[in-house]
Design a protein. Structure first.
Length: 470
């Protein structure tokens, strides 16, 4: 007899979704979270997606105030000031409200999930030892879900000290003095979003990307070239095609970043945003028979089951993109599998978002992705300057592209750089998931005037029927 039906290790999107759905399916559930405070919600709620968006909201509001004159609103900018500590307090309030609400109401009160604080180690396939620093105890379950997430990656040559040479954990702390200059290593979502935020607040920003193009996960030059031009227009310096050889603090307190090509950059702060390191090591997974990759990722089947039949894994610790929506879906797959139901995740249809101004989003295949798999395509692209709502609100920068199969016109991908791109991608995600055709989308009436009409028009463009012939 076990203590629980299911033990979920990790309170992020994967573990949380799995625990809640298992409880909804009538299972007795324990959720183990390593962090004593602000652990509920994982990196996303506490150190990632949510705090970044809270800071972004303040930054974008400030940018809008500076642009007010263009909309006929006169603002005396000498009377406008930025209170970074107040911005930080607001961000922390958002984090605390979400984390507390998740643990207290969604886990404990509404579902009766037992929340156990401490670090978990697997003793055997059904037993977990929890160490909270004061005592150790063992819990047993029929099923165990491993969703322990990841931490910012650090490279020895970068000499991360969490003061001047920092990670995404420190960059979100606006109680720190605002630097005059920052070098950001990496142009994924973290690097680009914080580059955008700090640029708005007057910081001299340089983004360094070792790959030839920005946003290396997006294989669509029409979009990535537009992103680069947009950043440079805003005064952000971009250096691609050369990695960082070393980072070191100077005697005057500045930081020197030496590129692989020999160029040296001196700044007040360096943000290392080069990916994440998994939290799977040292928790006894291999010792109980769980198959692991060399990088620490856990090998699973399509139901997220590991090589040990009663142990499942979700989130960053599994192969593929490290996204909270992927983790959440995997958690649901696990819970439904345990409940005996058929549930799946389509890894070819996970939307990716980056919240700049304009925003970046994509889903499914690019033309290059499809060609690499031997899929013949047709595609269409359209500038946001053709959309009447975009013109009315003064947000015409950007482009949208749709990719469909040549034979039956089924939509297999879309890429967007433009206003509200991260919301617009939802319609294209539904289209890809359900195999909708270009015709099915553009024959559906879209409300006017809205940004969503650009989806209708770009689908027309792919077959030569768009109103905009430019």
């Amino acid at each position: 007899m076990y203590d629980y039906d299911v033990i979920c290790i990790g309170g992020g999107p994967g573990g949380s979704a799995s625990a809640m759905r298992c409880a909804d399916r009538g299972k007795k559930v324990a959720l183990i979270e390593a962090r004593a405070k602000n652990g509920a919600g994982g990196t996303c709620v506490n150190r990632g997606c949510i705090p970044t968006k809270a800071l972004m909201a303040s930054a974008n509001l400030y940018a809008s105030i500076k642009e007010a004159k263009a909309y006929g609103i006169n603002v005396d900018m000498s009377a406008v000031s930025v209170d970074f500590k107040a911005i930080n307090r607001r961000k922390n309030g958002v984090i605390n409200n979400l984390s507390f609400g998740l643990e207290t109401f969604l886990w404990k009160k509404s579902r009766g999930i037992d929340v156990v604080k401490g670090r978990a180690t697997l003793v055997d396939p059904h037993t977990v030892e929890v160490d909270n620093g004061k005592e150790k105890k063992q819990l047993t379950a029929e099923y165990i879900v491993v969703a322990v997430g990841s931490e910012p990656a650090e490279i020895a040559a970068f000499n991360v000290d969490h003061d001047k040479i920092i990670t995404s954990n420190e960059i979100m702390d606006f109680s720190r003095p605002m630097p005059e200059s920052i070098v950001i290593i990496g142009s994924g979502a973290i690097g680009l979003e914080y580059g955008h935020i700090y640029n708005i607040f007057g910081v001299d920003v340089t983004i360094v990307e070792m790959m030839p193009d920005l946003v290396p996960a997006l294989h669509e030059p029409e979009i990535t070239d537009a992103v680069r031009k947009s950043l440079e227009k805003r005064g952000i310096k971009v250096k691609t095609g050369s990695g960082i050889a070393s980072v070191e603090k100077l005697e005057d307190g500045k930081v020197k970043s030496t590129l692989a090509n020999g160029e040296e950059l001196v700044s007040d702060v360096v943000l290392v945003a080069i990916g994440r390191t998994l939290n799977t090591r040292g928790m006894g997974l291999e010792e109980v028979g769980v198959q692991m990759e060399k990088n620490g990722q856990i090998v699973t089947d399509e139901h997220m089951r590991t090589s040990v039949p009663n142990i499942f894994a979700a989130g960053d610790v599994t192969t593929g993109t490290q996204l909270s929506d992927k983790a959440q879906r995997q958690g649901l797959v696990i819970a439904e599998t345990i409940a005996g139901n058929d549930y799946y995740i389509n890894y070819d249809n996970i939307p990716v978002t980056t919240f700049l101004e304009p925003e970046i989003s994509w889903v499914g295949y690019t033309v290059a992705d499809a060609e690499a798999k031997g899929i013949k395509t047709i595609s269409g692209s359209l500038a946001f300057s053709s959309n009447e709502k975009a013109i009315a609100i003064g947000k015409t920068e950007g482009v949208i592209k749709v990719v469909a199969r040549e034979d039956d016109h089924r939509i297999i991908g879309a890429q967007i750089f433009g206003p509200e791109a991260c919301d617009l991608i939802a319609e294209m995600t539904v289209a890809v998931e359900n195999g909708l055709t270009l015709e099915q989308v553009y024959n559906s009436i879209h409300p006017h005037p809205t940004l969503t009409e650009i989806i209708l028009e770009v689908c027309k463009r792919a077959v030569g029927l768009s109103f905009d012939k430019a």
